[in-house]
Design a protein. Structure first.
Length: 313
């Protein structure tokens, strides 16, 4: 796959995260006639015995920051109009090519236009506008491959609304990272939410009978409220108390600032979604595919139906 993608795309440089991935990709880079450089994001002291030019990301940033400003201020670029260059880009122009395995054979290159990606960003802003309103600081935590279409839209969306995006270190450190970052929004695939459900359930077994009873009542009333069932006077009071005793603590365990968890990439388990929602962790499910850049529809926060993928963007 590496060789096919490098040769088919005509890539001249590969950006890669780790030493392990570098070892896997190097044979394909070495055999390529166009791609002669690899840029590694993670710093390490590994050396490689091959003709490929391997560079460290931090070294490039430190070395070239000052040089970049000197180049921009040089005579060659003095009269260059960068704004005109930007204006010449049309919405129909290809912004990126994402390779997807499809149904079989070699990976297929999906050509996504600037317009397609901007349309997704616009749709996401409309979808989340009520949650975003009045926020001075917006933080996203992502656990998605950077090559995934879902992640592409996320990074451009966060740039577009002036938000910050943090990247989780891995599924085993995701909950820890949530505590460190205190994100307002979390984007992940259903596998993570399954793991979160398991983690909370296992933790509950270690608690005393009172905690388990409060937790059970929180789930029961939360599910009842989600289903649109009317709560009695006593249940309303109890549910409000449980907001403070249980739901606030659960939210705090995951940073304390969560406004929404966002799921995509495959189907969300309804029971998992209902469980997390009842605990005060609002979960929005969306649907899309790489060719649509990628979101087609998503649940609006004001009207979540966990067994659906919401309204069209």
């Amino acid at each position: 796959d590496y060789s096919h993608i490098i040769n088919h795309s005509g890539a001249r440089c590969m950006i890669i995260s780790s030493h392990e991935l570098c070892l896997k990709a190097l044979p394909a880079v070495e055999s390529s006639s166009d791609c002669r450089s690899v840029i590694k994001i993670n710093e390490d002291n590994h050396s490689y015995n091959n003709p490929v030019n391997i560079l460290q990301w931090n070294d490039l940033v430190e070395k070239n920051t000052d040089d970049a400003w000197k180049n921009i201020e040089s005579e060659e670029y003095k009269n260059y109009d960068f704004n005109e260059e930007i204006k010449s880009i049309k919405r129909s122009d290809t912004a990126c090519i994402i390779y997807t395995s499809g149904t079989g054979g070699n990976p297929k290159g999906v050509m996504l236009s600037h317009g397609a990606m901007l349309s997704n960003c616009s749709g996401a802003k409309i979808l989340l506008q009520n949650l975003l309103e009045g926020m001075d600081e917006i933080k996203f935590l992502s656990w998605l491959p950077l090559s995934h279409s879902y992640e592409h839209t996320l990074q451009f969306f966060t740039l577009g609304i002036g938000a910050q995006v943090y990247y989780a270190e891995g599924i085993d450190k995701l909950v820890v990272n949530m505590g460190e970052v205190s994100p307002h929004f979390m984007t992940a695939v259903p596998r993570f939410y399954d793991s979160l459900h398991t983690r909370i359930s296992q933790g509950l077994k270690k608690q005393g009978k009172l905690s388990q009873s409060l937790f059970s009542s929180t789930l029961r009333l939360g599910k009842k409220k989600y289903n649109g069932e009317k709560l009695s006077f006593v249940e309303n009071i109890t549910n409000n108390i449980l907001d403070k005793l249980v739901r606030r603590k659960v939210n705090k365990r995951f940073g304390g600032s969560l406004k929404a968890l966002i799921s995509g990439g495959s189907a969300l388990n309804f029971e998992v979604g209902l469980y997390l929602t009842a605990l005060g962790l609002p979960l929005l499910q969306g649907y899309g595919q790489t060719e649509t850049a990628p979101v087609v529809s998503a649940n609006p926060p004001e009207k979540v139906k966990l067994d659906t993928v919401g309204k069209l963007f």
